[in-house]
Design a protein around this ligand. Structure first.
Ligand SMILES: Cc1ncc(COP(=O)(O)O)c(C=O)c1O
Length: 387
């Protein structure tokens, strides 16, 4: 099947681009010794996990369900004989889930000393059996992002990670790793600066640890990212402190590796631009467009007024503000035309919803030869079963 024939709306994962991203990440691992994990919160289309397994060290989860997904779908993949790793971090683990969580992960990271101690009896057993490594998330209190406070774990009042002032004199028994996550869609320089801050404030603990996890938010596969700088930094950390270094990017794994294909259902004249009513929705199918907010890249389009025909792109939900943006085109749009939003593999399928009873888009994969396979379709039951 070709892209012109698929049912819409549909997310189409681009297998070639995914592989190319994974190759860049594998190079970072091979040349620096870093261990790179897929942050499933960004991308967890698990039918691609056999491919991911060929390149990365494992996956990280935001809680039991993602940890279980990796355990079921990633861990069994044959990764050239090496055992894949399953990691988890959650601000607070539920008592009734905790036994299951520690039964399926290799690393667990706690957000507070309270949480560490609260669950100690359960995790300590696994540590004694040599089946678990425990870490603490720290807050370096070093913001490197402008504007997006919602994505800044170092913003004042953040609940994420232990501040230096709240750290004990020595790490509690059983803790053998430190974790920080502070970046969002950033280059190498902010990571370097943040690590220097961590080094200044937390280095006294480095003697006690076996690993440090530098979190996600590294746009390693974006053109122009200073991959050499990253390799050098990881090597320096490993050589200086004798620790393993983990990175857990989400976006970088599937950056630009997917599309959202949609069809024009109607065209409504307004006193401003004509509005294209699409069979997709920002609110339901690309919530980050409204939440971040950002303007998604759209194939063969320009800014409003840049090309001959400008339209407002919107959806068939009832939400007046369910607007994707104003875009212009060389050609006049007709009902039935298809549009292709780019960079739609990340934070899309994992965040979508059925508000208004909207159907979820299909999930398709475009193989390297250009053919498209339908991986998943959804229907009324997917809406009903959640209510
Ligand atoms: C703890 C943690 N690790 C990794 C990630 C992945 O970040 P990204 O997808 O921006 O690389 C996130 C994102 O919020 C996170 O909170």
């Amino acid at each position: 099947m070709k892209i012109e024939n698929i049912n819409t709306p549909a997310y189409v994962i681009d297998e070639k681009k995914l592989r190319e991203n994974l190759e860049v990440l594998k190079r970072v691992q091979d040349e620096s010794g870093a261990r790179i994990l897929l942050a499933q919160k960004a991308f967890s289309a698990y039918k691609t996990y056999p491919l991911v397994a060929k390149y990365l060290t494992g996956a990280t989860a935001s809680g039991l369900y993602e940890a279980r997904l990796a355990y079921e779908e990633l861990m069994p993949c044959d990764a050239n004989g090496k055992k894949l790793e399953n990691h988890v971090f959650e601000p607070a683990f539920k008592d009734e889930e905790f036994e299951e969580v520690v039964g399926i992960v290799d690393h667990i990271v706690f957000n507070s000393l309270n949480q560490l101690e609260h669950h100690r009896k359960v995790w300590e057993k696994k540590v004694e059996e040599g089946r678990l490594s425990v870490g603490l998330r720290i807050n370096p209190e070093y913001s490197t992002q402008d504007g997006h406070e919602i994505y800044d774990p170092c913003a004042p009042g953040s609940r994420l990670g232990i501040r230096r002032v709240d750290m004990p004199d020595v790490l509690p028994d059983g803790v053998e790793g430190l974790h920080f996550h502070t970046l969002c869609e950033q280059g190498f320089e902010p990571l370097k600066e943040t690590f220097e801050r961590v080094e200044k404030d937390f280095a006294k603990f480095f003697k006690q640890i076996k690993w440090i996890n530098l979190g996600g938010g590294h746009h390693i596969t974006r053109e122009g990212y200073d991959v050499e700088g990253l390799i050098e930094l990881v090597k320096r950390i490993r050589d200086t402190y004798g620790v393993e270094v983990y990175l857990e990017p989400g976006e970088a794994i599937a950056l630009d590796a997917g599309y959202l294909v949609t069809t024009v259902m109607d065209i409504v004249e307004t006193e401003k631009y004509p509005v294209l009513i699409l069979d997709t929705s920002a609110a339901c199918h690309m919530p980050d467009v409204l939440e971040m907010p950002y303007r998604p890249p759209l194939r063969d389009s320009g800014e409003a007024g840049e090309k001959t025909y400008t339209y407002r792109l919107s959806s068939r939900t009832c939400l007046a503000g369910d607007v994707i943006g104003d875009f212009s085109f060389d050609d006049k749009k007709e009902i039935g035309d298809r549009l292709v939003f780019e960079d739609m593999a990340i934070y899309s399928m994992v965040k979508n919803n059925t508000f208004n009873g909207m159907a979820l888009p299909d999930i398709d994969i475009m193989h390297e030869d250009g053919s498209i396979e339908v991986l998943k379709t959804f229907g009324y039951q997917d809406f009903k079963c959640r209510l």
